[in-house]
Write a protein that binds this ligand. Structure first.
Ligand SMILES: NC(=O)c1ccc[n+]([C@@H]2O[C@H](COP(=O)([O-])OP(=O)(O)OC[C@H]3O[C@@H](n4cnc5c(N)ncnc54)[C@H](OP(=O)(O)O)[C@@H]3O)[C@@H](O)[C@H]2O)c1
Length: 328
């Protein structure tokens, strides 16, 4: 292994800056992975903006990124698996680097059928959507409503719900032109919010009962509209706030239906718990990843050299799927 490597740093300006830093050494329970591809997340744009010294940010420099895929090059004490040389994908802060230091519990094997560009775009979506379904107590045969379903992670959520045997999947978008994308991912019914009343459309599609589980990525009044669209004893899980974090809800809809409402934010989960979420998702989903039932949608593939273009695309909110950087 070389002594130094290139990593992308935020806190230097509106975009990431490449820096030469030492290649990390794994501590107990850690692995070092030679990253081949990394994927961008919305959190990367928020972090860049919050640290940008040219527009009132903190100016605190940090090694950027969350997701990666590559080969294990070193393991620390106590790590039984994965072995050096294994192909892995995972999540850790600071993943935009040639060598990524990660907790061995926060990585999964990459099935042979999957290239690194696709693999790096899966961990966040897989762990978040499967983690949310687990929190909901989802079982095969249940119906699922996915809001903001064209977002990168929600598209993976639709595929996961389908792979795990959902009886019916209803997906929302604000754009009628995206219905094909959602049907391809596995949605039975597409609701175009803005054109249709979400609650009424879901009740109509479920014989007036509502769905068993909601995976809400939108928040705001979309979240409120999900409550009366959920069946008695159902579960509504808030994953994202693509619209707004504030929502005015009808407590009658919550109480009369005995709903369970939970929020999940896996970036704020303790390492051991996150490890368990990732391991459970891997066990349930790696066969579906291998045979193509769960695959990320890739919007753009750029490289470390064109990372500024990638950040701009992320900020535009126009991407359909994940933005990937190949690692030199
Ligand atoms: N809980 C967790 O652990 C966790 C982890 C990762 C991400 N998240 C959150 O999950 C959400 C999705 O993340 P992502 O990276 O997959 O997003 P993304 O790919 O950037 O989502 C883009 C899509 O969101 C929809 N959208 C954008 N603004 C919207 C609005 N105001 N109202 C309704 N829909 C809107 C648009 O779909 P249409 O044009 O089709 O409507 C757009 O295509 C984000 O809020 C993110 O912060 C949570």
């Amino acid at each position: 292994m070389p002594a130094t490597m290139t990593a992308l740093f935020g806190g230097t300006g509106p975009d990431w800056t490449p820096r030469q830093v030492s290649v990390p050494e794994p501590g107990p329970g850690q692995v070092v992975v030679r990253a081949r591809a990394v994927a961008l997340n919305n959190a990367d744009a928020s972090m860049l903006a919050a640290a940008d010294p040219t527009s009132g940010g903190t100016g605190k420099e940090y090694q950027a990124g969350y997701e990666f895929a590559g080969e294990v090059t070193a393991v620390g004490n106590g790590v039984q698996a994965p072995a050096v040389g294994s192909r892995v994908m995972g999540t850790t802060p600071g993943s935009f680097a040639q060598y990524v230091l990660a907790d061995h519990r926060h990585i999964l094997p990459v099935p042979d059928e999957l290239g690194y560009k696709q693999a790096c775009a899966l961990p966040t979506g897989m762990l978040t959507e499967h983690g949310a379904l687990t929190v909901a107590g989802f079982r095969a045969g249940q119906s699922v409503l996915v809001t903001g379903a064209t977002s990168s992670i929600a598209l993976i959520g639709v595929q996961i719900a389908r792979a795990l045997g959902a009886s019916q999947i209803i997906a929302t978008t604000r754009s009628a032109t995206k219905d094909g994308l959602l049907e391809q991912a596995g949605a039975d019914t597409v609701v175009v919010t803005g054109e249709q009343d979400l609650t009424q459309a879901v009740l109509a599609a479920t014989g007036g009962e509502g769905v068993d589980v909601v995976l809400d990525h939108v928040g705001g009044q979309t979240f409120a509209a999900c409550l009366p669209a959920t069946r008695t004893d159902g579960a509504v899980i808030n994953i994202g706030r693509l619209d707004r974090a504030a929502s005015t809800i009808d407590l009658d809809a919550l109480s009369y239906r005995h709903l369970r409402v939970r929020g999940v934010s896996f970036g704020f989960t303790r390492p051991a718990e996150l490890g368990a979420v990732i391991a459970t998702a891997g066990q349930a989903l790696l066969p579906a990843v291998a045979d193509g039932r769960v695959r990320p949608l890739i919007d753009t593939t750029l490289s470390f050299d064109t990372a500024a273009e990638a950040a701009e695309r992320l900020r535009s909110h126009e991407a359909h799927g994940k933005i990937i950087l190949t690692v030199p």
